[in-house]
Design a protein around this ligand. Structure first.
Ligand code: PLP
Length: 364
């Protein structure tokens, strides 16, 4: 059952962004983060379009990695949460997925394995340098490294990674502390290193190390508070669109939508669009959140409903059936996110998978 929302995915923009990130971190390999359905852009088409530009793909969980393998995607795939049970460990091993190890119980599972290919499992050891989500504490790392080295199933070439908590705030003391902690903790250990998400790539070139792990920048949104994506040389990948279904003119003082929270200050031409929170558009988008009607600026008025919302059409020449753009093109997802008190990541993840997605062709 198709709703009217369309997400147009510009694979040339994706590839431009990937090449741009490479130019920012020219001495590092690039692990393209495609978890959560490629941030709502579509796991397989995005992964295929990045195959020749990235050195590997990053997913959250084993099933995402298996979906890539089932689609015939070869090459390195790193599972950020590693395996959660024995079945996932078996599947990761059988399908050559790299696993992140962050928890003692994962090591116990590995140790209790008496079968499986010898030295076949590539392991990345996650170090908690201050994010306090997953990972081993710095003082545990030497011991865990020694334990992993004894396990016959594990490839002896360990890799080390950490994740930043506050990299979206340029100049954050937290990020500098985390980098320092990671450097001290991994001193003397042999193995490739990875620290940077998108924000880290932009603000901490000294921490690019062996692998960078960009996500949101690939999709053309900004990882930094208050820095527009266009000023970072990025191009939006997703355009979210839906058609106008009605046009009305209301009088000064008329209220619009649930709760009557918006009152027309002057006579207003209002368009109703087949887009709502049921399509993943944020219900909390404030009055004034930007949209584009046939390339001309417009804005949200009143509360977003489940299947519809209202926009101020101004004097834009338009009729029912015309397409309204909610982000992408001239409407920055970051601005929409700010108006809805969220981040572009959440917008993409919410709306992308619900829309009908279509993909541009691209020139290799
Ligand atoms: C999602 C994720 C990234 C990418 O983060 P962005 O902010 O989207 O660049 C990098 N590393 C890890 C471990 C992640 O989970």
């Amino acid at each position: 059952m198709a709703r009217a929302a369309q997400a147009r995915i510009d694979l040339d923009a994706l590839r431009h962004n990937c090449r741009h990130i490479r130019s920012l971190a020219p001495n590092s390999r690039l692990l393209a983060m495609v978890k959560a359905d490629a941030y709502g852009h579509g796991l397989l088409p995005i992964s295929r379009a990045l195959a020749d530009l990235a050195d590997g793909l990053g997913v959250a969980c084993v099933p995402e990695g298996l979906a890539l393998r089932a689609a015939g995607i070869a090459g390195r795939i790193v599972v950020m949460q590693g395996f959660k049970n024995d079945d996932e460990l078996s599947a990761a091993s059988a399908h050559a997925l790299d696993v992140v190890i962050h928890e003692p119980c994962q090591i116990e599972r590995l140790a209790s394995r008496t079968f499986g290919p010898q030295g076949g499992l590539s392991v990345w050891l996650k170090i908690d340098t201050g994010m306090h989500r997953i990972g081993f504490a710095p003082h545990e790392v030497a011991n865990v490294t020694a334990l992993l080295a004894k396990l016959p199933m594990v490839d002896p070439n360990l890799r080390y990674l950490t994740h930043f908590a506050c990299a979206d705030e340029p100049g954050s003391a937290m990020t500098a502390q985390q980098i320092g902690c990671f450097v001290r903790t991994t001193q003397g250990l042999v193995g490739e290193r990875s620290l940077c998400n998108s924000a880290g790539i932009l603000t901490h070139s000294e921490a690019h190390a062996d692998w960078v792990r960009p996500g949101i920048m690939l999709y053309g949104a900004s990882p930094l508070n208050d820095t527009p994506a266009t000023s970072l040389g990025l191009r939006p990948v997703m355009s979210l669109e839906a058609p106008l279904i009605a046009i009305h003119t209301y009088q000064a003082g008329d209220s619009i939508g649930y709760g009557g929270t918006y009152r027309c200050p002057v006579p207003l031409r209002v368009g109703i669009v087949a887009m709502g929170y049921g399509d993943g558009y944020p219900r909390h988008a404030a009055n004034g959140t930007p949209v584009a009607i046939a390339g001309q600026p417009g804005s949200i008025v009143g509360r977003v409903s489940m299947d519809m919302l209202a926009i101020d059409l101004g004097s834009v020449d338009c009729r029912p059936g015309d397409s309204v753009t909610f982000w992408g093109g001239s409407v920055a997802a970051d601005l929409v996110a700010a108006q809805a008190q969220t981040i572009s990541y959440e917008l993409f993840c919410a709306a992308g998978p619900k829309a009908h997605r279509s993909y541009s062709t691209y020139a290799a």
